[in-house]
Structure formats: C-alpha cells, structure tokens
Design a protein around this ligand. Structure first.
Ligand code: MCN
Length: 764
C-alpha cells in the first residue's frame, strides 16, 4: 500500500503539543551563554535628512556595552545583500543602517547592545537623532505622478519598469477595444497586508574564531547564509546558519533584513554573542507588507458574454527601497487573464518607491493581485451585459481539451479542468437553493442582504517559468532507518510528515522510520528554501528521486547477500524487504542491507529541477450584509482547490484553511495603513484587524486532483491557493448583496464603514 495520498497524522504535532516549539528566541545553547541583547534605534520620520546622531548619553546608560551606527559599518556591510533580481537603479538598494537619509518610519539607524533586554529599551531612547523632515510620499498613485520625488538624484519614483525588461506586452492604442460591443473599466486596489507570522523576527549570533554561527527565523537557510557570507566577505563554508523551529513566515522571511545582517558586527565589536528579537510593533512597522498594488483594468467583449479583450496596468508599491515586493509583478504579469481564454491581452507593470517599509512577499505574492482584478472584471462585465456572472465565467473558461494551454500573454498552463472545479464547488454549495433564498429575501426587502460570490482561479507554483530547483539527500542509517536532508525549510507546512511519506513509499519504510533534517547549512549541503508553494514539487520530487537512488545502491548490496544479480533483486515497498524477483521466500530488510553495506555508502542525493505548475480551483462565498450598519457575516465558504496529486489530504486541508482565512482577511478586514505623513497607523493587533476564528465559518472543502506531468509526483503547490481564490469570491459576494442598492464596486478590505458610505452615497 502506498503512503502518499493517505491521511497520515502530522509527525510534528506530538512535540508541538507537549514540549512546544523551540523558536530562535527560546534557544538554549552554551555558545550563547552571556549573550548581549540588541535593540534598534529607528527613524520616527518617513522622509528626512539625518543631521546628527549622538550616542554619548546612551553609552553612559546602565548595561550599555556598545552603540553601533552606520559610521561603524565596513564597506561590505553598508548595503543589504540581495536578492533584488530585476536590477533596479543601484541607489534604491537598501542601506543596513541609515546614515544620511531616512526613508520610512521604523528604518534602523543604530543599535544599542546591552546586558539585559530592558536596558536596551531605555538606552535606545537616549540615542539622539536629529532629522530634518521632508515631504513624504505614502500613496502609490501619488508616487507615480513624480510630484514629490523621494530620490532627488534619480529624478523619479519609478523603481522598475517591467516593459524595459521585456516582461509585459505594452499598450497599443485606443483602437484596441474598437471591435468590442461592451467595454468596462475599473480601478482595482489591493491593499497592503501584513503577513503577521505568530513568531516575529528573531536571531542570535556568535563568532567561533573566524566562523560565523547564526541562528535565525527564516524560510531559506542557504540563501540567508549566502547573504551573511557576502556582507562579511566570507566564503559560504565559513557561515553556519541554523533555523530552529520557525513560527510562520508567509513570504516575509525569505531573505535577511538589516536587523539580522548587522548583528555579527555587533558581536565582533563586543566580543560577545548577541541575541535579538523584535516586538510585535517593530514587526508591524519594519518587517515589510505584501500586496500594495493598484490596477487599472479594462475588459471588453460582446453582448452574448464572450470576453475578447483585456488590458491591465499594474502599479506596485516597492516601499522605500527595492526589495522583493517591488519585483512581484513578475508573478502577476503571466497570470493576468486567469482561467479565461481571452484572445487579446495587453499588460503594463511598474513599481514605484514610497516612504513606507520596503514591501515583501505575502502568501500568493503577485498572483492574488492578478486574480482579484480579472475576477472583479468578469463580474462587472457580466453586470454590464446583463448575464449571470457564473454563466459568463463558464462561457470563457479555457476548456479541458486545450491543455497544455498557452494564454495570450504566452504563459503555458500545464493541466486543468476549470469548469469541473467550478461545477464541484457550485454543487457542494447547492447554488440553486442559495440563489432562491437570496432572491426571496431580496424581494421581501430584508435589511440583511444576502450575497453569493464566485471566483475561478489559476495560479503558478514553483514559478514563474522556468521553475527552479531544490536539493535532497537520503541516507540509510546503520539501524536500517532513513534520514532525509532537505534544502526546503518547513515553517508550518509539515514537511517532516509529507517528505517522510514520499521517502517511505520509495524505501518501503513507515513514516516513523524516516527523519527529516532541514534548516542547518552544515548538515544540508545546499538548498533554496520554502516559498512560492514550491517545496512539494521540487523538494518532494528531490526526495523521491534521491530515495530511488538509495534503493538502487541497496539492491547491489542485497544482490551480493542473495548471491544474485542486482538487476534481479527487487524491493517490495509494502514490506520493505529485498528479494530476488519471483522468490520472496528468501528476503532481507534494510537493517540487513545496512549492516552489510560499507559504512556511509547507502546515500544518494538529487538537485531536482522542474518547470512550474498551475494549480487552480473555484471558491463560492455566501455572506449576509447588514445594510443598516455595513456589518458583514461570512456564512459559508465552499472551495474546490486542485493541487494535482495530493501527498497528504489532512495537511493539504490545513494549508487550504490557512490560505482561505488570509484570503477572507484581505477581502473584509486587514490593511496596513499610514497617515499622510507616513506614520504607521496599524502598528499592533489592536489597530490591525487580524482575522480570527470568530469571523470565520467552518470551511467546506471539495477535493479534486488533476496531476501535472511536470514532476514525478504529479503534485502542484497548495500553500497559497486559499489566499488566491478566497478574496475575489468574498468581494464578489458582498457586492452581490449590495447590487440591488446601486453599489457597483468597493475596494478590499470591504469594511463596514466602506459599505455604509457606499450605500449612503448610492442613496444620495
Ligand atoms: N502538499 C501535499 N500535496 C500537494 C501539495 C502540497 O500534500 N499536492 C503538502 C506539502 O507536502 C506540504 C504542504 O502541503 O507539507 C505545503 O506544500 P506546498 O504547496 O508545496 O508549499 P510549501 O511547502 O512550499 O510552502 C510554502 C507556502 C507558502 S508560499 C506560504 S506563503 C505559506 C504556506 O506555504 N506560508 C505558511 N503555508 C504556510 N503554513 C504555515 N503554517 N505557515 C506559513 O508561514
């Protein structure tokens, strides 16, 4: 019996439920004995010139061992090392500590190193920083006007123009929509979202002679190691990076931040180990938000509901410097037309700097933006032609026999059956009954208006094309069990379970006998990390192939013992026993083979490389909207999310749940905001309405599996699906509820205040 596809309970849970997780801040390690604590002095001004930084008073405070400013940084540490892949102007590279200019509230200017953490709080306040304030640009579209330019010598706020990189089609002219009977345009806003991981950022560091040891909360240990190696001019082998348990990241912990990069310098200056962990407020203002797009979208077609033309202008908020967030239109552009067969599509995308924290990836990272815009346009188009939005979608979906299907922007979707996903979700929702209830209540003038929203989505995982690679090594231990070393880095995704299942099937071992080792650059030779829902397709496939490689080696050993030719020896993966084909009565297990093998020889590794894949699905949201208060109750959320072959249905359901919750959060609640001067308004969980169980119904999940031919597992990614399909379905449901009241569009998050105002305006 194969293990893949069965409901194996999470191997991670016994530890988490009994002793609890061990995050970086909880680390106990003799090398960190006597560690000092770092506290950051941050800018309180969004845009300004630093006139002076005085540290004398702070230096005299109790417990202060050192104060480090930008003046102490060697050349290699002045700018934050990569990754900033799309070559924005060099001056947009982020400084590690601000020296002459500050460009967002929360930007690190200095760090105070103290014996105790509480002493750092007081001492950081005693560092006197004089800043001459300049006009701040907070709003993305205002930044795009270049009326106020943040980098004077650059002369523009434009950070990246994707057309110069050949990644967008560009716009033709007004004649583009000429043949269309119906054309609808909409500005679609995608607010700034905090990824709000439960574990905030945290790191600890010590030098062992000339070798740097770094513990940190990260999604990508090897990338982080390379960042430290660059910053400290070391070879990669001279940095040992360890990620203990990581309490979530959602895209925000892919690469090191200044706060982490500067710690080894402080350790070098003081000759002591250093620890740092931030407060929730620091996390909210200084870690970086996701999304932060505005799209201008226009859709065109005929009166029978055929969509023939689509044009989208993507504006993306890079924040104060060019980091990951600014280049995410790279993921939006290939996905703009979604699940629809639209023959004519035009795109443009630009990222602009603003005086806000540099933006980062957040669950979905570029794909939710593409999906929300096309789904919003499908609803508006359907309303304009007077047809049912579900029928208009159905009419335009790419058909199952079209795969592999190449879209008008040149993206090749691997496999899919979008209409079936839609049908399954609608059936589970009992759409006819829902519609009847909605119409009944609408006719009766119920002040609690019911709305039904639908989205059909496709996204890209382990992408965009051409995909990527991930490393795994599988080793048989002398007792006949297995260790899997992976370059992926689970921070909540349960790889210890799913990778053990994949290896277990190949090796004929139970999951209990397969141990996962990850997040330690001395133990795992290489790796890329966990983001972009890439780990199963790439990391899981690497495990699959490395395990197969070990079996081949073991067959040679077993062949000697069985006095047979290796080609004739088979491994019965049900029993985990080797025998000569056709003669199962004489057999031996892994422990016999391990005992006979040369020490350390039963090992194989794989750096697996594959093209990306395109998971898809359909979501149905049902809401009640109180038209007198604007309050929204999400009554039901029914989703069909197809991620190809499923390794573990329980874990996949958990991933879908988390994603859907964050998708709903974007639709209804969460938004990172700044005041016009660039002061963060949402700097804790009282101001930032993080979603909780209280706002959510039990999700109704429908299963569907359409394998991809792009990897041996047939698996696509699932970690972000819910966040991609969820937001447009809920937005659509709320607007459906309000459709009888003359309200045609409200941007996410659709808060009670926005609903109340929209109804009042429509009445006026
Ligand atoms: N899985 C499966 N079958 C599939 C696909 C996935 O059984 N066909 C399982 C995997 O084996 C894995 C999990 O589902 O155990 C997620 O796999 P995958 O979709 O490959 O995604 P990654 O492991 O690469 O995780 C990244 C993804 C992203 S991009 C974000 S953001 C996100 C997410 O995962 N952040 C998370 N889920 C999160 N979950 C938690 N708890 N915390 C986060 O920060």
């Amino acid at each position: 019996m194969t293990i893949v596809g069965t409901k194996v309970l999470r191997k991670e849970d016994p530890k988490f439920l009994t002793e609890g997780a061990r995050y970086t801040a909880d680390l106990v390690d003799p090398r960190l004995d006597g560690a000092l604590h770092a506290t950051f002095v941050r800018s309180t001004v969004a845009n300004g010139r630093i006139e002076s930084i005085e540290i004398e008073e702070a230096m005299a405070m109790p417990g202060v061992v050192a104060v480090v400013t930008g003046a102490d940084l060697p050349e290699s540490l002045r700018l934050l090392p990569g990754p900033v892949p799309l070559f924005p102007p060099e001056m947009l590279n982020r400084p590690v500590l601000a020296t002459e200019r500050v460009r967002f509230v929360g930007e690190p200017i200095a760090l105070v190193v103290t014996e105790k953490a509480y002493q750092g709080e007081d001492a950081a306040e005693a560092v006197l920083v004089e800043i001459e304030p300049l006009t701040a640009v907070v709003d993305l579209e205002e930044a795009a006007t270049d009326e106020v330019v943040i980098y004077e010598s650059l002369g523009t706020n434009l950070a990246i123009d994707f057309s110069t990189l050949g990644m967008s089609t560009g716009f033709s002219n007004e004649a583009f929509f000429e043949g269309c009977e119906v054309v609808v345009s909409q500005r679609v806003s995608h607010q700034r979202m905090s990824s709000a991981p439960l574990e905030v950022r945290s790191a600890a560091t010590v030098w062992e002679d000339d070798r740097l040891v770094m513990w940190m909360s990260t999604q990508a240990a090897h990338g982080a190691r390379d960042g430290f190696a660059t910053a400290y001019e070391l070879d990669a082998g001279s940095v040992h990076l360890v990620a203990p348990d990581v309490g979530g990241g959602f895209g925000s912990k892919i690469s090191p931040y200044p706060e982490e990069i500067v710690l080894p310098l402080a350790s070098r200056i003081t000759g002591r180990p250093i620890r740092w962990f931030e407060t929730r407020t620091e996390n909210m203002i200084a870690m970086g938000y996701g999304r932060g797009h505005v799209h201008y979208a226009t859709i065109g077609g005929d009166r029978s509901g055929n969509v023939t033309h689509y044009r989208i202008d993507v504006l993306s908020d890079s924040g104060a410097y060019a980091r990951i967030g600014g280049f995410l239109p790279l993921f939006t552009l290939p996905m703009v037309s979604g699940t629809y067969d639209i023959p004519h599509v035009e795109t443009r995308a630009r990222s602009f700097v603003t005086n806000t924290v540099p933006s980062e990836a957040f669950r979905g990272a570029g794909r939710p933006e593409a999906t929300l815009s096309i789904e919003r346009c499908m609803d508006l188009f359907a309303a304009e032609v007077g047809l049912d939005p579900i029928e208009v979608r159905r009419r335009n979906l790419i058909q199952p026999d079209a795969f592999p299907a190449t879209t008008a922007v040149g993206t090749e979707y691997d496999t899919g059956d979008y209409e079936r996903a839609l049908d399954l979700a609608l059936e589970a929702a009992d759409i006819d009954e829902l519609r009847a209830e909605r119409d009944r209540r609408r006719d009766a003038g119920d002040p609690i208006a019911m709305g039904i929203g639908v989205s059909v989505y496709v996204e890209v995982t382990a992408g965009p094309a051409p995909g990527g690679n991930e490393f795994a090594k599988v080793e048989i231990t002398p007792d006949g069990k297995a260790k899997v070393y992976s370059g992926a880095l689970s921070h909540g995704q349960s790889h210890a379970t799913t990778f053990a299942m994949i290896a277990g099937d190949q090796l004929g071992l139970p999951v209990e006998d397969v141990e996962l080792i990850q997040g330690d650059t001395d133990l795992v030779a290489q790796g890329t990390g966990t983001f972009g829902s890439r780990s199963t397709q790439l990391g899981g496939s690497a495990v699959f192939e490395a395990a197969a490689g070990v079996v081949d080696k073991a067959r040679e050993v077993a062949a000697d013992l069985l006095e047979a030719a290796a080609e004739d020896v088979v491994l019965d993966t049900d029993s985990g026993l080797f025998h000569v084909a056709g003669s199962p009565s004489v057999s031996m297990g892994w422990s016999d083979v391990a005992a006979a093998a040369e020490a350390g020889s039963l090992v194989a590794d794989k750096d697996f490389n594959a093209n990306c894949s395109y998971p898809f699905g359909a979501h149905v949201a049902v809401v009640d909207v109180d038209t007198e208060t604007g309050g929204v109750t999400l009554r039901r959320m029914i989703t069909c999310d197809d991620a190809g072959t499923i390794i573990n249905p329980i874990i996949v359901e958990g991933q879908r749940h988390g994603g859907i919750a964050q998708g709903v959060a974007q639709a209804l609640l969460e938004e990172v905001t700044y005041d016009p001067d660039g002061n963060p308004v949402t700097s804790n969980f009282a101001d930032y309405s993080i979603i909780s169980m209280a706002e959510l119904p039990s999700f109704e999940l429908v299963a569907m599996e359409t394998p991809t031919p792009n990897n041996p597992l047939g698996a696509k990614g699932v970690g972000e699906s819910g966040a991609i399909g969820g937001t447009p379905a809920v937005q659509s449901a709320v607007l459906d509820a309000l459709s009888g009241l003359g309200v045609t569009h409200i941007d996410v998050p659709i808060t009670p205040q926005k609903i109340w105002t929209a109804i009042a305006e429509a009445n006026a």
